[in-house]
Design a protein around this ligand. Structure first.
Ligand code: NAP
Length: 319
């Protein structure tokens, strides 16, 4: 463990984390950002074009946006560590100048970092279907990221599961590759925005199966070959050819590493105090998709990251 006790650490490197880092860096705190090992930059790194982030009238590619945010954070003194936090000890003090209020976090590589304040911005990860064959064919047909894996299914039948914006975005993207793209949704109404639904309806490669759930992913040694669908109205089941099965059914918050150190709600989201970003532990703040199950946008996460930085500053400067 390093002897150094920093002012503030940020866990996570999506729009919320980098925005908090930019604000805290500009305030002179030299924040440590524990950016994650697998996907530093968060979900936008696996996205194609982002059309709704203000300031980019022609859109910007997700990875480029995150690169720019990282560069801006580093410019103002943020230091990045590319590792995953595996455990935390947030102490029990309330006075930031007191040693009992020092917070430590340990990363997968074994190092422990300490700081007087922590901002948690770990976002969320892909929700799983939990059906037979999903895990077995993961990486051999089942995927959670069209931009990562779409290329492998050139000329093959593809199924996308979900009825939200992600499912429609993935279906649109995958129509460039697949011989066909069938979007399977458990209801007959879509949660996705009208513009995304209209675009998909105009795309002749995309068809829809509604009121249906995937009961299993089937296949053999060479990977997935089909899904079994159950009609939720009639109860009938049928098999649909699918060599690519893209699951886009939302996310679960990435809070497993927190144990019972801060208060979480019944779905695992971090609970914050009213409109602030204060968690149940003094000096620990949270922002972005790890808190927000409603808005879940890059811009709303960035805004909340800004608020967390300001809340952390006011904690660090309290008398
Ligand atoms: P979402 O809006 O929560 O949609 C999840 C979809 O998956 C819903 O249609 C849901 O069905 C379905 N679902 C959930 N659990 C399921 C299960 N176990 N089996 C079958 N289906 C299941 O998630 P999202 O599409 O990932 O979007 C998340 C947020 O990001 C949203 O705010 C969205 O607007 C935003 N987003 C924006 C863009 C964009 O603007 N370009 C792109 C992607 C995402 P029900 O509808 O029946 O609940």
């Amino acid at each position: 463990m390093s002897d150094e006790i920093r002012d503030v650490m940020i866990i996570g490197s999506g729009p919320a984390g980098y925005t908090a880092a930019i604000y805290l860096g500009r305030a002179g705190y030299r924040p440590l950002v524990i950016a994650g090992a697998l996907t530093p930059g968060g979900q936008l790194v696996n996205t194609t074009e982002v059309e709704n982030f203000p300031g980019f009238p022609d859109g910007i590619m997700g990875p480029d946006l995150m690169d720019a945010m990282r560069a801006q954070a580093e410019k103002f003194g943020a230091e990045l560590v590319y590792d995953d936090v595996v455990s935390v000890d947030f102490g029990d003090g309330t006075d930031p100048s007191d040693s009992s209020a020092v917070k430590s976090v340990t990363v997968d590589g074994g190092e422990t970092y300490r700081a007087r304040a922590v901002v948690i911005t770990t976002g969320s990860s892909y929700r799983k279907l939990g059906v037979p064959g999903e895990a077995e064919f993961s990486g051999r047909g089942v995927s959670y990221c069209a931009t990562c894996d779409g290329f492998f299914f050139r000329g093959k039948p593809i199924v996308v599961v979900g009825g939200g914006d992600s499912a429609f975005e993935e279906a649109q993207f995958l129509s460039r590759f697949g011989s066909s793209v069938t979007l399977v949704h458990r209801r007959d109404e879509f949660r996705a925005s009208k513009i995304m639904v209209d675009r998909a309806r105009e795309n002749e490669k995309i068809s829809f199966v509604t009121n249906a759930v995937v009961e299993s992913v089937n296949g053999g040694d060479d990977g997935a070959t089909s899904v079994t669908l159950r009609d939720v109205v009639t109860g009938e089941t049928r098999e649909l050819p699918a060599e690519g099965v893209f699951v886009a059914i939302g996310h679960t918050p990435s809070t497993g590493f927190l144990g019972d150190s801060v208060k979480l709600d019944e779905d695992g989201y971090i609970v914050v105090d009213g409109a602030s970003t204060r968690t149940s532990v003094p000096g620990v703040f949270a922002a972005g998709d790890v808190v927000d199950r409603v808005y879940r946008q890059a811009i709303s996460a960035a805004g909340m990251g800004c608020r967390a930085a300001l809340d952390a500053q006011s904690y660090l400067t309290q008398e």
